[in-house]
Design a binder for this molecule. Structure first.
Ligand code: FUB
Length: 324
């Protein structure tokens, strides 16, 4: 099998969420472009304004179809700017796209748009999800329940919240405190709201049994949550942000706690790293992005896929991302 593949060489796409719907693989990426905004820790250079959907029936070799623009920031009533990483879930033949977007006050919330087909078009709800904040929604289905994982530090604004309430001042924890966690929340039956208060995702250090610390920045959560299940275990994976790694932790249920396991992918070329992990036709894949085709421009990222393997104990074998 090929070792990796760029999936959309004709355009810049990033932050893939991937699902198999009706036997076909659908990819929901962010759509990068060169807005001219300056690069900073606030992420102003990620000025994305629409989404495209892609699909294929053969991940490593098949034609990847671009279904075109499926949602535009201009059509979202509460929009300010910046459509970042989205995800899509199916329920009863309808498709729900969850997207982070800054409102007119430059505060991120998570919105929902609905379609009759996995390839859209998606029609946005008039308002964001009540009580939603920060970025990077990833939706995981367990039977009849749908859970959203979300959150991201720095430009993703997660440090502005504690116990689901906005703080007066953003607060990055001191190094010796528990790291700021990703969040999980179950969705309502109509898929349009939170059914409960979001809860923290606790990642435990296997050596001490204690939550990973804020200063442990090669292992602690930063952004890009994803959940998949393998051999009955729940694999929570995420980006470590400023140390540019994709890492994972394993638990016994969707809420955790999760115990840290290791690195899935070493840094790619580019600042951000972001992924989705799926099984298709008995093989496992990690979809991700890097900035090799743009010559390292971190706001112009290209979509990739690489086969993913486990060892006999269920540990993910680390992939070399090709960066430093
Ligand atoms: O694409 C904008 C942001 O960059 C995403 O929301 C993060 O996960 C990072 O990939």
């Amino acid at each position: 099998m090929k070792k990796e593949r760029y999936l959309v060489p004709q355009d810049y796409m990033a932050d893939p969420a991937v699902h198999v719907f009706n036997g076909r693989v659908y990819i929901y990426p962010s759509h990068d472009w060169d807005s001219g905004a300056g690069e900073n820790d606030n992420g102003d250079h990620f000025e994305m304004k629409d989404y495209h959907v892609f699909s294929t029936d053969d991940i490593m070799e098949g034609e990847v179809i671009d279904h075109g623009k499926v949602l535009d920031v201009a059509d979202i009533p509460w929009a300010g700017r910046q459509l970042w990483d989205c995800d899509v879930a199916e329920k009863d033949g309808k498709y729900y796209m969850y997207f982070p977007l800054k409102d007119k006050n430059d505060v991120f919330h998570i919105g929902v748009a609905v379609a009759d087909k996995p390839e859209g078009p998606f029609i946005p709800q008039p308002d964001p999800i009540r009580g939603s904040y920060s970025i990077d929604p990833a939706v995981f289905r367990e039977g009849d329940d749908y859970y959203m994982y979300f959150g991201g530090l720095w430009g993703g604004q997660l440090q502005r919240y504690r116990d689901n309430k906005a703080l007066e001042e953003p607060h990055l924890e001191p190094d010796e405190n528990p790291a700021i966690p990703s969040r999980i929340v179950r969705l309502t039956e109509d898929m349009l709201q939170f059914a409960e208060e979001p809860r923290p995702i606790v990642i435990l250090d296997p050596a001490t049994g204690e939550p990973l610390k804020a200063g442990d920045n090669t292992r602690r959560f930063f952004e890009a949550s994803w959940m998949h299940k393998y051999n009955g275990k729940y694999y929570f994976s995420y980006s470590t942000g400023d140390t540019h790694r994709l890492c994972y932790a394993v638990g016994d249920n969707p809420y955790g706690p999760f115990t840290y396991q290791g690195c899935i992918m070493t840094p790619v070329v580019g600042w951000t790293t972001h992924h989705a992990i799926i099984e298709h036709k008995g093989k496992w894949y990690i979809f991700h992005h890097d900035c090799v085709p743009s010559g390292g421009k971190t706001w112009l990222r290209s979509l990739k896929v690489t086969p993913l393997e486990y060892d006999a104990d269920g540990h993910i074998i680390t992939i070399d991302g090709g960066g430093t």
